[in-house]
Design a protein around this ligand. Structure first.
Ligand code: SF4
Length: 86
């Protein structure tokens, strides 16, 4: 049986083994009031930057410890890198 290499630079949504955690994070995002929720196109653009970032680790940001999918979904949040990537 072939072992599939484990990718440490993925979002939770991209990791089948983390489906329950991804669902929990999705539920938290769904609970955000509209006033606190980033527009979808901004959220997707943020996540594209995270996917390409060397600090993405197991769905979290190695600089701040947040799950990036939740961080990117919040309107007032920013990337903690210097300079910020989004
Ligand atoms: S440093 Fe910024 S772009 Fe990189 S994973 Fe963290 S939040 Fe995403």
């Amino acid at each position: 049986m072939l072992n599939k290499p484990f990718c440490r630079r993925c979002l939770l949504a991209d990791m089948p083994d983390q489906a329950a955690l991804a669902r929990s994070v999705r539920e938290l995002i769904d609970l955000l009031p509209d006033a606190q929720r980033a527009p979808e196109e901004i959220r997707q653009a943020r996540l594209a930057r995270c996917r390409a970032c060397e600090h993405l680790l197991d769905g979290g940001c190695a600089l701040c410890g947040c799950y990036v999918e939740l961080r990117a979904a919040k309107r007032g949040m920013g990337c903690p890198d210097v300079p910020a990537r989004w």
